[in-house]
Design a protein around this ligand. Structure first.
Ligand code: 5RP
Length: 223
C-alpha cells in the first residue's frame, strides 16, 4: 500500500513545472508528492512556491526547503496535489480523514489544475462508507451534534489521544456515519446551510485529474 501511495505521489509531481505556484496537500499519499517536490528543488534546481493545506504539511515543506506563501498572498495556484478518502466516478469525493478539509478546500478553490492522488481502494461506486467529516465552530457544536443525531446522520466528535480533536483553524470535527450518500451535491448544500458548519468534506466536481495507483499500474482519470 505504501508503495502505491508513493507511485501516485511521485507521478503527480510530473505536472509541476518551473515557476509554478503549487498547492501541497495533506495526508500519507500527498506526503510523497511533497517529498518529490523537495527532492527536485534540491537535486534539479526546480523553482516553485508552495501553498500548504495544513500545519503538518507546512512542517514537512519547511524541512525540505520548499519556499512557501500564504494562500492570501497569491491570486491563483497552478496545480494542487492532494489525497482523498473516497472518489466516485462523477469526480465527487470525500476528504478530511486527516482533519485538514477546510484548509484543503481553501487551497483547492483558486487552483487551475486540481489533482488527487489515491490508491485504488479509494475508488467507490457511491460515497459514504467513509465517515464524512464536518468542520464546525466550537461554540454551539453540541447543538449541531444533536441536530445531526436527530436527522439520523450517526455523528461522532473526532477525538485524538482521548480528547476532542481541534483543527488547524481551531474548530471541531463531527464525523457523520452515513453508509451512503445518494446525492453528494444536495447533501453538501444542506450541510453548508447549517449555522455553525464551517465546511464539509464533500469535494464535489472540484478535481480535474485523479491519479490512481493499483497493483496493475497507474491510471490517470481526467474529468
Ligand atoms: C486530510 C485529507 C487526506 O488527503 C485524505 O484523508 C487522504 O489521506 P491519505 O492519503 O493518508 O489516505 O483529506 O484532511
Amino acid at each position: 500500500m505504501e508503495a502505491l501511495k508513493k507511485i501516485a505521489g511521485v507521478t503527480a509531481a510530473q505536472y509541476v513545472k518551473d515557476g509554478m505556484i503549487v498547492g501541497l496537500g495533506t495526508g500519507s499519499t500527498a506526503y510523497y508528492f511533497v517529498e518529490e517536490i523537495g527532492r527536485r528543488i534540491k537535486e534539479e534546481g526546480l523553482n516553485v512556491i508552495g501553498v500548504t493545506t495544513s500545519s503538518v504539511t507546512t512542517a514537512q515543506a519547511e524541512s525540505l526547503g520548499i519556499p512557501l506563501k500564504s494562500v492570501d498572498d497569491i491570486d491563483t495556484i497552478d496545480v494542487t496535489v492532494d489525497g482523498a478518502d473516497e472518489v466516485d466516478s462523477e469526480f465527487n469525493g470525500i476528504k478530511g480523514g486527516g482533519g485538514a478539509l477546510l484548509m484543503e478546500k481553501i487551497v483547492a478553490t483558486p487552483t487551475k489544475d486540481y489533482i488527487w492522488v489515491v490508491d485504488e481502494s479509494k475508488m467507490v461506486d457511491t460515497l459514504g462508507a467513509f465517515k464524512l467529516p464536518v468542520e464546525v465552530v466550537q461554540y454551539g457544536a453540541e447543538r449541531l451534534f444533536r441536530d445531526f443525531l436527530a436527522k439520523g446522520y450517526n455523528p461522532s466528535f473526532r477525538e485524538k489521544d482521548g480528547v476532542r480533536f481541534i483543527t488547524d483553524m481551531k474548530n471541531f470535527i463531527i464525523d457523520l456515519d452515513l453508509g451512503k450518500i445518494d446525492n453528494p451535491v444536495a447533501f453538501g448544500n444542506e450541510l453548508k446551510a447549517m449555522t455553525g458548519v464551517v465546511e464539509h468534506g464533500l469535494f464535489n466536481g472540484m478535481v480535474n485529474k485523479v491519479i490512481v495507483a493499483g497493483k496493475d499500474g497507474v491510471r490517470i482519470l481526467e474529468a
